[in-house]
Design a protein. Structure first.
Length: 197
């Protein structure tokens, strides 16, 4: 299990197949799982924690080099995904690239991430969030230290910069520069000023 996925993703790079085999030199697989566990209330049956464990196992399964072991691990992943995703309403496909320290703040609703999405480090999300396509090919690339509020959508082949705050009930379909606040539907983008961080 040492190769259990911890991928350090930069927001300006698309995922490649070699990303699946990369691991943080500073954190072991168990360290990553312990951090996920603590971040999500130190409860084994927390839906967000279970979904992250399954996501990391799915990434590990995809990284198997031997065809038979990859197939068997993927079958087990698919069986578990059927139950966990439908129970928790959190859909994190293993093809999506997610950076370190994803925090699903509240798993009272749904979270849906497109398989082509690239998410940076320390994303915080509330419930009823969709990160996906907008009737065309291409999924969002989200930078580091981003927060997405309740009932928001991030759609299309767009780039969300670092340190962006997306307010509740916001539909984002255009690029957002770093250090911005996004509010409303259609989204309006404002610079983050002074103490409002």
């Amino acid at each position: 299990m040492k190769r259990l996925l911890q991928i350090s993703t930069r927001s300006n790079a698309r995922s490649t197949s070699s990303d699946v085999d990369q691991f943080s030199a500073t954190r072991s697989a168990w360290g990553v799982l312990r951090a996920d566990y603590r971040r999500h209330g130190s409860r084994l049956l927390n839906g967000a924690f279970l979904s992250l464990v399954l996501y990391r196992y799915g990434r590990w399964a995809l990284a198997r080099r031997h065809g038979l072991s990859r197939k068997l691990a993927s079958k087990l992943y698919g069986f578990c995904y059927l139950f966990v995703a439908n129970l928790t309403k959190i859909w994190l496909p293993p093809q999506a690239t997610i950076g370190v320290d994803l925090h699903i703040v509240n798993n009272e609703g749904s979270l849906s991430v497109h398989p082509g999405a690239v998410i940076g480090d320390r994303l915080g999300v509330m419930h009823n969030i969709t990160i996906g396509t907008n009737m065309r090919e291409g999924a969002p690339v989200i930078g580091d230290d981003v927060f997405i509020g309740v009932n928001s959508t991030v759609l299309g082949k767009i780039r969300i910069g670092d340190r962006v705050r997306i307010a509740s009930n916001t539909a984002v379909t255009t690029d957002v520069p770093s250090d911005s606040i996004v509010v409303g539907s259609p989204a309006r983008i404002y610079p983050r000023l002074g103490p409002f961080r």
